[in-house]
Design a protein around this ligand. Structure first.
Ligand SMILES: Nc1ncnc2c1ncn2[C@@H]1O[C@H](COP(=O)(O)OP(=O)(O)OP(=O)(O)O)[C@@H](O)[C@H]1O
Ligand SMILES: [Mg+2]
Length: 416
Protein backbone atom coordinates (compact mmCIF):
# COMPACT_ATOMS: atom_id res chain seq x y z
CA UNK A 1 0.00 0.00 0.00
CA UNK A 2 1.44 3.40 -0.92
CA UNK A 3 1.20 6.45 1.29
CA UNK A 4 0.32 9.94 0.10
CA UNK A 5 1.02 12.73 2.58
CA UNK A 6 -0.97 15.95 2.48
CA UNK A 7 -0.18 19.06 4.43
CA UNK A 8 -3.09 21.41 5.14
CA UNK A 9 -2.06 24.97 6.02
CA UNK A 10 -4.25 27.17 8.21
CA UNK A 11 -3.90 30.89 7.69
CA UNK A 12 -5.51 32.36 10.77
CA UNK A 13 -6.38 35.63 12.43
CA UNK A 14 -7.55 35.64 16.04
CA UNK A 15 -9.63 32.48 16.08
CA UNK A 16 -8.75 29.44 18.17
CA UNK A 17 -12.04 27.50 18.31
CA UNK A 18 -12.58 25.96 14.87
CA UNK A 19 -8.85 25.47 14.07
CA UNK A 20 -8.42 23.42 17.27
CA UNK A 21 -11.57 21.47 16.42
CA UNK A 22 -10.44 20.92 12.83
CA UNK A 23 -6.99 19.72 13.84
CA UNK A 24 -8.40 17.39 16.48
CA UNK A 25 -11.02 15.79 14.22
CA UNK A 26 -8.47 15.25 11.47
CA UNK A 27 -6.09 13.67 14.00
CA UNK A 28 -8.80 11.33 15.28
CA UNK A 29 -9.84 10.44 11.73
CA UNK A 30 -6.33 9.20 10.91
CA UNK A 31 -5.31 7.99 7.43
CA UNK A 32 -8.01 7.58 4.78
CA UNK A 33 -7.75 4.84 2.18
CA UNK A 34 -8.60 6.18 -1.25
CA UNK A 35 -9.17 4.64 -4.64
CA UNK A 36 -6.48 2.17 -5.69
CA UNK A 37 -5.62 1.46 -2.05
CA UNK A 38 -3.52 4.59 -1.49
CA UNK A 39 -3.32 5.54 2.15
CA UNK A 40 -3.80 9.30 2.52
CA UNK A 41 -2.17 10.81 5.57
CA UNK A 42 -3.13 14.34 6.64
CA UNK A 43 -1.15 16.83 8.66
CA UNK A 44 -2.05 20.39 9.54
CA UNK A 45 0.09 23.35 10.29
CA UNK A 46 -0.61 26.97 11.18
CA UNK A 47 1.06 29.16 8.58
CA UNK A 48 3.46 31.84 9.77
CA UNK A 49 4.13 35.12 8.01
CA UNK A 50 7.66 35.59 6.74
CA UNK A 51 9.59 36.64 3.65
CA UNK A 52 9.11 34.32 0.69
CA UNK A 53 10.80 34.00 -2.67
CA UNK A 54 8.39 34.04 -5.57
CA UNK A 55 9.96 30.80 -6.84
CA UNK A 56 9.95 29.06 -3.44
CA UNK A 57 7.78 25.94 -3.40
CA UNK A 58 5.25 26.00 -0.55
CA UNK A 59 4.95 22.83 1.50
CA UNK A 60 1.15 22.96 1.59
CA UNK A 61 -1.25 21.09 -0.66
CA UNK A 62 -4.33 22.95 0.57
CA UNK A 63 -4.77 26.17 2.51
CA UNK A 64 -7.80 27.36 4.46
CA UNK A 65 -7.51 31.13 4.53
CA UNK A 66 -9.11 33.37 7.16
CA UNK A 67 -6.62 36.21 7.05
CA UNK A 68 -5.81 37.45 3.58
CA UNK A 69 -9.03 39.38 3.30
CA UNK A 70 -7.50 42.14 5.40
CA UNK A 71 -3.79 41.28 5.72
CA UNK A 72 -1.96 41.85 2.47
CA UNK A 73 1.35 40.03 2.86
CA UNK A 74 -0.35 36.61 3.19
CA UNK A 75 -2.76 37.60 0.44
CA UNK A 76 0.12 38.07 -1.98
CA UNK A 77 1.60 34.77 -0.80
CA UNK A 78 -1.73 33.08 -1.60
CA UNK A 79 -1.82 34.58 -5.07
CA UNK A 80 1.64 33.28 -5.78
CA UNK A 81 0.69 29.84 -4.40
CA UNK A 82 -2.37 29.77 -6.68
CA UNK A 83 -0.58 30.95 -9.81
CA UNK A 84 2.73 29.16 -9.46
CA UNK A 85 2.18 26.12 -7.29
CA UNK A 86 -1.41 24.92 -7.86
CA UNK A 87 -2.12 24.94 -4.14
CA UNK A 88 -5.81 24.30 -3.49
CA UNK A 89 -7.28 27.34 -1.72
CA UNK A 90 -10.40 27.83 0.36
CA UNK A 91 -10.85 30.53 -0.95
CA UNK A 92 -8.72 31.92 -3.75
CA UNK A 93 -8.04 35.67 -3.29
CA UNK A 94 -8.55 36.10 -7.03
CA UNK A 95 -12.19 35.24 -6.71
CA UNK A 96 -12.75 37.50 -3.71
CA UNK A 97 -10.74 40.59 -4.44
CA UNK A 98 -12.51 41.33 -7.66
CA UNK A 99 -15.87 39.93 -6.61
CA UNK A 100 -17.29 41.92 -3.74
CA UNK A 101 -20.94 42.35 -2.96
CA UNK A 102 -21.52 44.60 -5.96
CA UNK A 103 -20.16 42.14 -8.52
CA UNK A 104 -22.16 39.36 -6.90
CA UNK A 105 -25.37 41.44 -7.13
CA UNK A 106 -24.75 42.06 -10.81
CA UNK A 107 -24.05 38.43 -11.63
CA UNK A 108 -27.06 37.15 -9.70
CA UNK A 109 -29.36 39.73 -11.28
CA UNK A 110 -28.12 38.61 -14.68
CA UNK A 111 -28.97 35.03 -13.71
CA UNK A 112 -32.52 36.13 -12.91
CA UNK A 113 -32.44 35.89 -9.12
CA UNK A 114 -34.66 38.21 -7.12
CA UNK A 115 -31.97 40.62 -5.93
CA UNK A 116 -33.76 43.75 -4.60
CA UNK A 117 -33.47 46.87 -6.78
CA UNK A 118 -30.09 48.47 -6.15
CA UNK A 119 -28.45 51.73 -7.26
CA UNK A 120 -24.78 52.68 -6.85
CA UNK A 121 -24.30 56.39 -6.07
CA UNK A 122 -21.01 58.30 -6.45
CA UNK A 123 -18.80 59.06 -3.45
CA UNK A 124 -20.08 61.73 -1.09
CA UNK A 125 -16.58 63.04 -0.37
CA UNK A 126 -13.69 63.27 -2.79
CA UNK A 127 -11.35 60.33 -2.94
CA UNK A 128 -7.85 61.29 -1.88
CA UNK A 129 -6.28 61.94 -5.24
CA UNK A 130 -4.93 65.20 -6.60
CA UNK A 131 -6.68 64.74 -9.94
CA UNK A 132 -10.09 64.49 -8.31
CA UNK A 133 -11.02 68.20 -8.27
CA UNK A 134 -10.49 68.63 -11.98
CA UNK A 135 -12.09 65.34 -12.96
CA UNK A 136 -15.17 65.79 -10.80
CA UNK A 137 -15.68 69.40 -11.85
CA UNK A 138 -15.55 68.30 -15.44
CA UNK A 139 -17.35 64.95 -15.39
CA UNK A 140 -19.32 64.38 -12.17
CA UNK A 141 -22.92 64.92 -13.01
CA UNK A 142 -25.27 66.49 -10.49
CA UNK A 143 -27.84 64.01 -9.31
CA UNK A 144 -30.99 64.07 -7.25
CA UNK A 145 -30.60 61.67 -4.35
CA UNK A 146 -34.25 62.11 -3.32
CA UNK A 147 -35.48 61.16 -6.75
CA UNK A 148 -33.44 57.95 -6.69
CA UNK A 149 -34.80 57.06 -3.26
CA UNK A 150 -38.36 57.85 -4.38
CA UNK A 151 -37.93 55.57 -7.36
CA UNK A 152 -36.68 52.71 -5.19
CA UNK A 153 -39.27 53.49 -2.49
CA UNK A 154 -38.89 53.74 1.28
CA UNK A 155 -37.80 52.01 3.41
CA UNK A 156 -34.45 51.28 1.86
CA UNK A 157 -30.94 50.33 2.89
CA UNK A 158 -27.77 52.30 2.33
CA UNK A 159 -24.68 50.13 2.54
CA UNK A 160 -21.15 49.97 1.12
CA UNK A 161 -20.79 48.27 -2.26
CA UNK A 162 -18.14 45.96 -0.78
CA UNK A 163 -19.51 45.79 2.75
CA UNK A 164 -19.09 43.35 5.58
CA UNK A 165 -19.70 43.19 9.32
CA UNK A 166 -22.47 45.82 9.14
CA UNK A 167 -19.91 48.57 8.48
CA UNK A 168 -21.81 51.63 7.24
CA UNK A 169 -25.18 49.82 6.91
CA UNK A 170 -28.29 51.87 7.67
CA UNK A 171 -32.01 51.38 7.27
CA UNK A 172 -33.60 54.50 5.90
CA UNK A 173 -37.23 55.53 6.32
CA UNK A 174 -37.39 59.09 4.97
CA UNK A 175 -35.48 61.84 3.14
CA UNK A 176 -33.95 63.25 6.35
CA UNK A 177 -32.40 59.88 7.19
CA UNK A 178 -31.34 59.47 3.59
CA UNK A 179 -29.33 62.69 3.58
CA UNK A 180 -27.88 62.10 7.02
CA UNK A 181 -26.65 58.64 5.98
CA UNK A 182 -25.23 59.88 2.69
CA UNK A 183 -23.44 62.77 4.42
CA UNK A 184 -21.89 60.30 6.81
CA UNK A 185 -20.80 57.88 4.11
CA UNK A 186 -17.70 59.99 3.43
CA UNK A 187 -15.29 58.06 1.26
CA UNK A 188 -17.30 54.86 1.26
CA UNK A 189 -18.96 53.97 -2.01
CA UNK A 190 -22.63 53.27 -1.34
CA UNK A 191 -25.50 51.24 -2.68
CA UNK A 192 -29.11 52.20 -2.12
CA UNK A 193 -31.18 49.05 -1.97
CA UNK A 194 -34.87 48.43 -1.62
CA UNK A 195 -35.70 46.98 1.80
CA UNK A 196 -37.46 43.65 1.73
CA UNK A 197 -40.20 43.32 4.30
CA UNK A 198 -39.43 39.67 5.01
CA UNK A 199 -41.08 36.89 7.02
CA UNK A 200 -37.87 34.98 7.76
CA UNK A 201 -34.15 35.44 7.23
CA UNK A 202 -32.18 32.37 6.14
CA UNK A 203 -28.42 32.34 6.36
CA UNK A 204 -26.78 29.41 4.67
CA UNK A 205 -23.24 28.34 5.30
CA UNK A 206 -21.68 26.40 2.44
CA UNK A 207 -18.55 24.28 2.66
CA UNK A 208 -17.74 22.60 -0.61
CA UNK A 209 -20.74 20.56 -1.72
CA UNK A 210 -22.60 20.91 1.59
CA UNK A 211 -24.92 23.70 2.66
CA UNK A 212 -26.56 24.26 6.03
CA UNK A 213 -29.53 26.61 6.02
CA UNK A 214 -30.06 28.30 9.37
CA UNK A 215 -32.72 30.62 10.69
CA UNK A 216 -31.04 33.94 11.34
CA UNK A 217 -32.22 36.72 13.64
CA UNK A 218 -30.08 39.78 12.88
CA UNK A 219 -31.79 41.88 15.54
CA UNK A 220 -30.55 39.58 18.32
CA UNK A 221 -27.13 39.71 20.04
CA UNK A 222 -24.45 37.56 18.39
CA UNK A 223 -24.96 34.42 20.50
CA UNK A 224 -28.70 34.28 19.74
CA UNK A 225 -28.65 35.09 16.03
CA UNK A 226 -28.77 31.52 14.81
CA UNK A 227 -31.94 29.85 16.02
CA UNK A 228 -32.15 26.06 16.14
CA UNK A 229 -35.13 25.44 13.92
CA UNK A 230 -35.29 22.55 11.47
CA UNK A 231 -38.56 23.35 9.75
CA UNK A 232 -38.82 27.10 9.31
CA UNK A 233 -38.98 26.85 5.52
CA UNK A 234 -41.28 24.83 3.31
CA UNK A 235 -39.39 22.02 1.50
CA UNK A 236 -39.66 23.93 -1.77
CA UNK A 237 -38.34 27.22 -0.39
CA UNK A 238 -35.62 25.35 1.51
CA UNK A 239 -34.48 23.69 -1.70
CA UNK A 240 -34.40 27.06 -3.47
CA UNK A 241 -32.26 28.59 -0.71
CA UNK A 242 -29.79 25.70 -0.96
CA UNK A 243 -29.69 26.01 -4.75
CA UNK A 244 -29.02 29.74 -4.56
CA UNK A 245 -26.14 29.21 -2.14
CA UNK A 246 -24.61 26.48 -4.29
CA UNK A 247 -25.11 28.50 -7.46
CA UNK A 248 -23.43 31.64 -6.11
CA UNK A 249 -20.50 29.59 -4.84
CA UNK A 250 -20.04 27.52 -7.97
CA UNK A 251 -20.33 30.64 -10.12
CA UNK A 252 -17.58 32.48 -8.25
CA UNK A 253 -15.53 29.39 -7.26
CA UNK A 254 -16.13 30.06 -3.57
CA UNK A 255 -15.93 26.92 -1.45
CA UNK A 256 -16.31 28.35 2.04
CA UNK A 257 -18.92 31.08 2.11
CA UNK A 258 -22.21 32.18 3.58
CA UNK A 259 -25.24 33.44 1.74
CA UNK A 260 -28.07 35.55 3.16
CA UNK A 261 -31.56 35.37 1.78
CA UNK A 262 -34.76 37.09 2.86
CA UNK A 263 -37.99 35.16 2.44
CA UNK A 264 -41.41 36.64 1.94
CA UNK A 265 -44.15 34.12 1.23
CA UNK A 266 -42.64 31.80 -1.36
CA UNK A 267 -40.22 34.40 -2.76
CA UNK A 268 -36.51 34.16 -1.96
CA UNK A 269 -34.47 37.40 -2.15
CA UNK A 270 -30.68 37.02 -1.92
CA UNK A 271 -29.07 40.11 -0.32
CA UNK A 272 -25.54 39.20 0.73
CA UNK A 273 -23.31 36.42 -0.48
CA UNK A 274 -19.68 37.43 -0.73
CA UNK A 275 -18.30 36.54 2.70
CA UNK A 276 -14.65 35.62 2.35
CA UNK A 277 -14.41 34.79 6.06
CA UNK A 278 -17.82 33.40 6.95
CA UNK A 279 -18.71 33.28 10.62
CA UNK A 280 -17.81 29.83 12.01
CA UNK A 281 -17.26 30.83 15.62
CA UNK A 282 -18.38 28.34 18.25
CA UNK A 283 -20.00 31.18 20.20
CA UNK A 284 -22.29 32.15 17.34
CA UNK A 285 -22.82 28.82 15.53
CA UNK A 286 -23.22 26.75 18.77
CA UNK A 287 -25.52 23.85 17.71
CA UNK A 288 -24.25 24.03 14.12
CA UNK A 289 -20.54 24.22 15.01
CA UNK A 290 -19.90 20.43 14.91
CA UNK A 291 -21.54 20.26 11.48
CA UNK A 292 -19.33 23.10 10.18
CA UNK A 293 -16.06 21.62 11.37
CA UNK A 294 -17.02 18.16 10.17
CA UNK A 295 -17.96 19.48 6.73
CA UNK A 296 -14.67 21.36 6.52
CA UNK A 297 -12.68 18.24 7.38
CA UNK A 298 -14.67 16.14 4.88
CA UNK A 299 -14.27 18.65 2.07
CA UNK A 300 -10.51 19.01 2.60
CA UNK A 301 -10.01 15.24 2.79
CA UNK A 302 -12.15 14.66 -0.31
CA UNK A 303 -10.29 17.35 -2.23
CA UNK A 304 -6.84 16.03 -1.41
CA UNK A 305 -7.56 12.31 -1.56
CA UNK A 306 -9.26 12.53 -4.96
CA UNK A 307 -6.72 14.95 -6.41
CA UNK A 308 -9.36 17.59 -7.16
CA UNK A 309 -7.63 20.50 -8.82
CA UNK A 310 -8.28 24.18 -8.22
CA UNK A 311 -10.47 25.70 -10.90
CA UNK A 312 -9.69 29.34 -11.44
CA UNK A 313 -11.47 29.82 -14.75
CA UNK A 314 -15.00 30.96 -14.13
CA UNK A 315 -16.63 29.95 -17.43
CA UNK A 316 -19.44 32.39 -16.70
CA UNK A 317 -20.75 31.98 -20.23
CA UNK A 318 -22.27 28.62 -19.34
CA UNK A 319 -24.42 30.26 -16.68
CA UNK A 320 -25.36 33.19 -18.87
CA UNK A 321 -26.49 30.87 -21.66
CA UNK A 322 -29.10 29.50 -19.28
CA UNK A 323 -29.98 32.96 -17.98
CA UNK A 324 -30.60 34.28 -21.46
CA UNK A 325 -32.95 31.51 -22.57
CA UNK A 326 -36.49 32.76 -23.01
CA UNK A 327 -38.10 29.32 -23.06
CA UNK A 328 -37.24 28.48 -19.46
CA UNK A 329 -39.15 29.49 -16.33
CA UNK A 330 -37.42 30.73 -13.18
CA UNK A 331 -37.75 27.25 -11.65
CA UNK A 332 -36.33 25.55 -14.73
CA UNK A 333 -33.38 27.93 -14.75
CA UNK A 334 -32.70 27.25 -11.10
CA UNK A 335 -32.69 23.51 -11.84
CA UNK A 336 -30.26 24.03 -14.71
CA UNK A 337 -27.97 26.19 -12.54
CA UNK A 338 -28.10 23.53 -9.88
CA UNK A 339 -26.87 21.02 -12.45
CA UNK A 340 -23.83 23.23 -13.16
CA UNK A 341 -23.21 23.75 -9.45
CA UNK A 342 -23.41 20.02 -8.73
CA UNK A 343 -20.96 19.38 -11.55
CA UNK A 344 -18.58 22.02 -10.20
CA UNK A 345 -18.65 20.63 -6.67
CA UNK A 346 -18.70 16.98 -7.88
CA UNK A 347 -21.58 16.56 -5.46
CA UNK A 348 -22.37 12.94 -6.24
CA UNK A 349 -18.73 11.89 -6.10
CA UNK A 350 -18.30 13.78 -2.85
CA UNK A 351 -21.20 11.97 -1.14
CA UNK A 352 -20.04 8.60 -2.52
CA UNK A 353 -16.58 9.30 -1.15
CA UNK A 354 -17.99 10.22 2.28
CA UNK A 355 -20.19 7.10 2.34
CA UNK A 356 -17.42 4.76 1.25
CA UNK A 357 -14.26 6.26 2.71
CA UNK A 358 -15.27 8.32 5.72
CA UNK A 359 -17.58 5.82 7.35
CA UNK A 360 -16.48 6.66 10.89
CA UNK A 361 -16.51 10.44 10.75
CA UNK A 362 -19.98 10.91 12.30
CA UNK A 363 -19.03 8.69 15.21
CA UNK A 364 -15.65 10.41 15.65
CA UNK A 365 -17.17 13.88 15.77
CA UNK A 366 -20.00 12.83 18.07
CA UNK A 367 -17.58 11.14 20.41
CA UNK A 368 -15.35 14.17 20.54
CA UNK A 369 -18.12 16.73 20.96
CA UNK A 370 -19.73 14.67 23.75
CA UNK A 371 -16.43 14.25 25.60
CA UNK A 372 -14.24 16.30 27.97
CA UNK A 373 -11.80 17.67 25.34
CA UNK A 374 -14.57 19.55 23.59
CA UNK A 375 -15.89 20.86 26.88
CA UNK A 376 -12.44 22.25 27.62
CA UNK A 377 -12.39 23.99 24.23
CA UNK A 378 -15.84 25.42 24.94
CA UNK A 379 -14.72 26.83 28.29
CA UNK A 380 -11.50 28.29 26.85
CA UNK A 381 -13.44 29.87 24.00
CA UNK A 382 -15.95 31.50 26.33
CA UNK A 383 -13.13 32.79 28.54
CA UNK A 384 -11.40 34.37 25.59
CA UNK A 385 -14.57 36.01 24.20
CA UNK A 386 -16.61 37.20 27.20
CA UNK A 387 -15.84 39.20 30.37
CA UNK A 388 -15.41 37.18 33.58
CA UNK A 389 -18.86 37.92 35.04
CA UNK A 390 -20.52 36.40 31.96
CA UNK A 391 -18.50 33.16 31.84
CA UNK A 392 -20.96 30.97 33.73
CA UNK A 393 -23.92 32.19 31.72
CA UNK A 394 -22.28 31.57 28.35
CA UNK A 395 -20.72 28.25 29.31
CA UNK A 396 -24.21 27.12 30.32
CA UNK A 397 -25.76 28.52 27.16
CA UNK A 398 -23.29 26.79 24.84
CA UNK A 399 -23.30 23.52 26.77
CA UNK A 400 -27.08 23.45 26.46
CA UNK A 401 -27.11 24.00 22.69
CA UNK A 402 -24.21 21.67 21.94
CA UNK A 403 -25.84 19.09 24.22
CA UNK A 404 -28.97 19.41 22.10
CA UNK A 405 -26.87 18.67 18.99
CA UNK A 406 -25.43 15.59 20.73
CA UNK A 407 -28.94 14.36 21.58
CA UNK A 408 -30.22 14.98 18.05
CA UNK A 409 -27.17 13.30 16.56
CA UNK A 410 -27.65 10.25 18.76
CA UNK A 411 -31.25 9.85 17.63
CA UNK A 412 -30.72 10.81 13.99
CA UNK A 413 -31.66 8.03 11.61
CA UNK A 414 -28.41 6.71 10.12
CA UNK A 415 -28.19 7.58 6.47
CA UNK A 416 -25.12 5.69 5.48
N1 LIG B 1 -32.47 44.85 1.09
C1 LIG B 1 -32.59 44.56 2.38
N2 LIG B 1 -33.80 44.34 2.92
C2 LIG B 1 -33.96 44.08 4.24
N3 LIG B 1 -32.94 44.01 5.10
C3 LIG B 1 -31.69 44.24 4.63
C4 LIG B 1 -31.45 44.52 3.25
N4 LIG B 1 -30.14 44.71 3.08
C5 LIG B 1 -29.58 44.55 4.30
N5 LIG B 1 -30.51 44.27 5.24
C6 LIG B 1 -30.27 44.06 6.69
O1 LIG B 1 -29.03 44.64 7.05
C7 LIG B 1 -28.11 43.65 7.49
C8 LIG B 1 -26.73 43.96 6.98
O2 LIG B 1 -26.73 44.01 5.55
P1 LIG B 1 -25.65 43.23 4.69
O3 LIG B 1 -25.67 41.79 5.05
O4 LIG B 1 -25.86 43.54 3.27
O5 LIG B 1 -24.32 43.94 5.22
P2 LIG B 1 -22.97 43.30 5.72
O6 LIG B 1 -22.13 44.48 6.10
O7 LIG B 1 -22.47 42.34 4.72
O8 LIG B 1 -23.33 42.50 7.04
P3 LIG B 1 -22.82 41.05 7.50
O9 LIG B 1 -21.34 41.07 7.52
O10 LIG B 1 -23.43 40.94 8.88
O11 LIG B 1 -23.41 40.07 6.56
C9 LIG B 1 -28.69 42.34 6.97
O12 LIG B 1 -28.31 41.27 7.80
C10 LIG B 1 -30.18 42.61 7.05
O13 LIG B 1 -30.65 42.43 8.36
MG1 LIG C 1 -24.88 40.34 5.62
Amino acid sequence: MTDARHLIGLLLGTEEDWPSAFQEILRRLGPVVGAGGTRHVFDTERITIEPFGLRDRPRYDLVIDRLAYWYYHPREWLKKAALMDDVYLLNSPFTFQSMEKHAAYCAMMRLGLKVPDTVLVPYKNPVDNSRYAYTSARYNRQFDLDAIADRIGYPLFMKPYDGGAWRGVSRIRNPAELHAAYDQSGEMLMHLQKAIDYDVFARSLSIGAETMVMRFQPEQPMHLRYAVDHSFLSPQVGAEVVTIGQLVNAFFRWEFNSCETLIKGDDVYPIDYANACPDVALTSLHYYFPWAVKALVKWCVFTLATGRSAKLDMETGRYFEIADRTDLTYGEKLAAYRGLADAYFETERYYDFCDGRLTRIDEIVLDWVAGPDFDRLLIETVRSVYPAHEHDEFIGHLRGLVGLWVRDENTRPQTG
